[in-house]
Write a protein that binds this ligand. Structure first.
Ligand code: C5P
Length: 235
């Protein structure tokens, strides 16, 4: 299970990020580098994390014309990242171009559907005629039918997305907390066992691990809880 824990490195300091990586000594599988950290740490940081023996989830949420996104995906794949994100709302041609660029590389693309910061009114503002729930399923379908390998889905969506898309698709779920853990700014959280019980393949966890007194011990607790959910102990 520890390989299915992705730790979010939400910092603007590559040095702090690398020290968080080193403090986990093999207790997790992957680290997420996003748009705050990547412009500072760049490809060097990604290589350094890989050198420590971990996979990298490059969360830059590509969204542009198909040719440009295909190029971005090729660049990410050349860096050897395990996962990279694209916006499903970029449309079928963009998604298909991204999928084609990733094919045969070790990089699996994950689509972001509707950001959890958007509600139905926000979607109406940008011209969506569907509410958030319907839009998530519609965009997830579009992404997977265009060749994208997985979906980033919130704890609330993951069961419905798994039901709609079946087993072959990788589902990655953020917003996970240990039972009784601090939610911080997350409004809706699930426990690791709930996440895996609902169908998540991977969980993304940031502060509960990176800010723990003993990050390696915290990661081990997450892995135990995930196993309980995957075994049917919670849903
Ligand atoms: O520290 P915490 O565990 O809340 O970090 C969660 C990570 O997952 C952050 O990098 C956050 O940006 C990301 N994420 C999220 N909710 C989403 C999508 C991504 O929390 N819907």
């Amino acid at each position: 299970m520890k390989d299915r824990i992705i730790v979010a490195l939400d910092t603007d300091s590559p040095e702090k990020a690398l020290s968080a990586v080193k403090s986990l000594s093999g207790e997790v599988g992957m680290f997420k580098v996003g748009m705050e950290l990547f412009p500072r740490g760049g490809p060097e940081l990604v290589r350094a994390i890989r050198k420590e023996g971990y996979g990298v989830f490059l969360d830059l949420k590509f969204h542009d014309i198909p040719n440009t996104v295909a190029g971005a995906v090729r660049s990410a794949a050349d860096l050897g990242v395990r996962f990279a994100t694209v916006h499903a709302s970029g449309g079928r041609a963009m998604l298909a171009a991204a999928a084609e660029a990733a094919a045969g590389t070790g990089t699996t693309l994950l689509a972001v559907t509707v950001l959890t910061s958007l509600d139905d009114a926000d979607l109406a503002d940008v011209g969506f005629s569907f509410g958030a729930k319907d839009a998530v399923l519609r965009l997830a379908d579009l992404a997977v039918s265009s060749g994208i390998g997985g979906i980033v889905c919130s704890a609330e969506e993951v069961a419905a997305v798994r039901e709609r898309l079946g087993k072959g698709v990788v589902l990655v779920t953020p917003g996970v907390r240990m039972p009784g853990g601090e939610a911080g700014d997350q409004k809706r959280v699930v426990t690791p066992s709930e996440a895996t019980g609902r169908g998540a393949d991977y969980i993304v966890v940031g502060r509960p691990i990176t800010r723990a007194k003993d990050p390696a011990a915290a990661a081990r607790e997450f892995a135990v809880e995930m196993r309980r959910g995957a075994a049917g102990g919670a849903a």
